[in-house]
Design a protein around this ligand. Structure first.
Ligand SMILES: NC(=O)c1ccc[n+]([C@@H]2O[C@H](COP(=O)([O-])OP(=O)(O)OC[C@H]3O[C@@H](n4cnc5c(N)ncnc54)[C@H](O)[C@@H]3O)[C@@H](O)[C@H]2O)c1
Length: 317
C-alpha cells in the first residue's frame, strides 16, 4: 500500500511518515520545505519504501503526477500559522483551501480512494460546550479556522462525487519532538533571549488541550484501520487541559529557571481569533480503542527538552 503525504517534511507529517513506514507502507512525501526540514526525514530515508518529491501543492500538474499509484492521501500540508491570519488572509485561502482543492482534484485524476486530513479545533471558534463534541455548533472566529472548515467541506463534497472515504481530524495543539511553532516554541525562544522576564499573550488563563504527536499519530492510524463510515470526523486531543501560565511554569522548570517575571498582555485571548478555552470531547475516537499515553505535562516537558537540544530551529522562525 502506498501513502502520499503532503507536508510530510513538517512537524506532524514527518512523524506520520515514520510511523507509516514502520507499519510497512510505501510513503511518498510531497513538500516544498517552506516550513518543513530535511532533518525530520532522516529516519524515513533509511527505509526502502520512502520517496521524496520536492514540490508545491499549488503546482497542480506536478502534484497530480507525483500522486500516481497512491492508495491513501494524507493531506497535512497547510499554512499552519494560526496567528498570522488577520494580516495575510489570502495565504489561508490559497495554502489551505486552494491547496486542499488541488489535492482532491489530483485524487480524482489518480482514482485515490481515501484521504486523511489535518483539520483543527479552531473550526469550533469559541464554542459554548466543553468538552466540545464533533456535533457542536461552529461559528468561525479566525481565517485559519474558516479555511480548515472549508477544506473539510470540499472533502465531503468530493467524497460524494468520487466515493472517496475521508478521515478528518480536528487537532488540538500538538507538541513533541520536531515541534517548530506554537506556545512552547515561543516561550523557549523568549526565555533564551531574556531568562528574567517573559511576555505572555492574553491574561495567561487561557485553558488549552495539548497532545503529544506520537499519541496523535496513533489516533489517526486507529481511525484509519477501524472507522467504518464514509465521511469520518474525529476530535483528536487530550481531554485534560492546562492554562497558559502553567505551561510557562513547566517550560521554566525544564530550563532550570526560577523567579521569571511574567508580563501578561491582558484580555482573555492571546490574539484575534484565539479561543480562551480548547477542550475537545474525544469519546468518538476513544470508542475505537484509542487513548493518549503521554500526559500533557510530560508532552510539554519533552518538547522543551527537544527545543533546548535543537537551538538551530530558532533561527528559522
Ligand atoms: N501543529 C499543531 O498543533 C496543529 C494543530 C491543528 C492543525 N494542524 C494542522 O496539521 C498540519 C501539519 O501541521 P504542522 O504543525 O506539522 O505544520 P508544519 O508547518 O510543520 O508542516 C507543514 C508542512 O507543509 C509544507 N508545505 C507548506 N506549504 C506547502 C506547499 N504549498 N506545498 C508543499 N508543501 C508545503 C511545509 O514545508 C511543512 O513541511 C497542518 O495542516 C496544520 O494546519 C496542526
Amino acid at each position: 500500500m502506498r501513502a502520499f503525504v503532503t507536508g510530510g517534511a513538517g512537524f506532524i507529517g514527518s512523524h506520520l511518515t515514520d510511523r507509516l513506514l514502520v507499519e510497512g507502507w510505501e510513503v511518498v512525501v510531497y513538500d516544498d520545505f517552506s516550513t518543513g526540514s530535511e532533518l525530520f526525514l532522516e529516519g524515513a530515508r533509511a527505509h526502502d519504501g520512502f520517496q521524496l518529491v520536492r514540490g508545491d501543492v499549488l503546482d497542480a500538474a506536478r502534484l497530480t503526477r507525483a500522486m500516481e499509484g497512491a492508495d491513501l492521501v494524507c493531506h497535512l500540508q497547510a499554512n499552519a500559522d494560526v496567528r498570522g491570519g488577520p494580516l495575510v488572509p489570502r495565504r489561508d485561502l490559497e495554502q489551505n483551501v486552494g491547496a486542499t482543492f488541488n489535492v482532491l482534484v489530483a485524487m480524482r485524476e489518480n482514482r485515490v480512494p481515501r484521504i486523511l486530513f489535518s483539520s483543527s479545533a479552531t473550526v469550533y471558534g469559541e464554542p459554548s460546550v466543553f468538552p466540545t463534541p464533533e456535533s457542536a455548533e461552529m461559528v468561525q472566529t479566525s481565517v485559519y479556522g474558516a479555511s480548515k472548515l472549508a477544506g473539510e467541506a470540499f472533502i465531503q463534497a468530493f467524497g460524494e462525487y468520487e466515493e472517496i472515504r475521508s478521515y478528518v481530524f480536528r487537532f488540538v495543539s500538538f507538541v513533541g519532538e520536531r515541534y517548530t511553532h506554537g506556545v512552547v516554541f515561543d516561550f523557549v525562544k523568549k526565555l533564551r533571549a531574556n531568562p528574567r522576564e517573559m511576555e505572555v499573550l492574553g491574561d495567561g488563563r487561557q485553558r488549552k488541550s495539548y497532545l503529544h504527536v506520537a499519541d496523535g499519530v496513533q489516533g489517526m492510524l486507529t481511525a484509519l484501520s477501524k472507522a467504518e463510515g464514509r465521511a469520518n470526523v474525529f476530535n483528536l486531543g487530550h481531554e485534560d487541559c492546562l492554562n497558559v501560565l502553567t505551561v510557562a511554569d513547566l517550560v521554566c522548570e525544564e530550563m532550570g529557571l526560577a523567579g521569571v517575571r511574567y508580563r501578561t498582555t491582558g484580555g482573555t485571548r492571546g490574539w484575534k481569533g484565539d479561543a480562551p478555552t480548547v477542550q475537545l470531547d474525544t469519546a468518538r475516537l476513544r470508542s475505537l480503542g484509542w487513548a493518549p499515553a503521554i500526559s500533557i505535562e510530560q508532552g510539554i516537558r519533552r518538547t522543551t527538552r527537544y527545543l533546548l537540544a535543537h537551538p538551530e530551529l530558532f533561527g528559522r522562525r
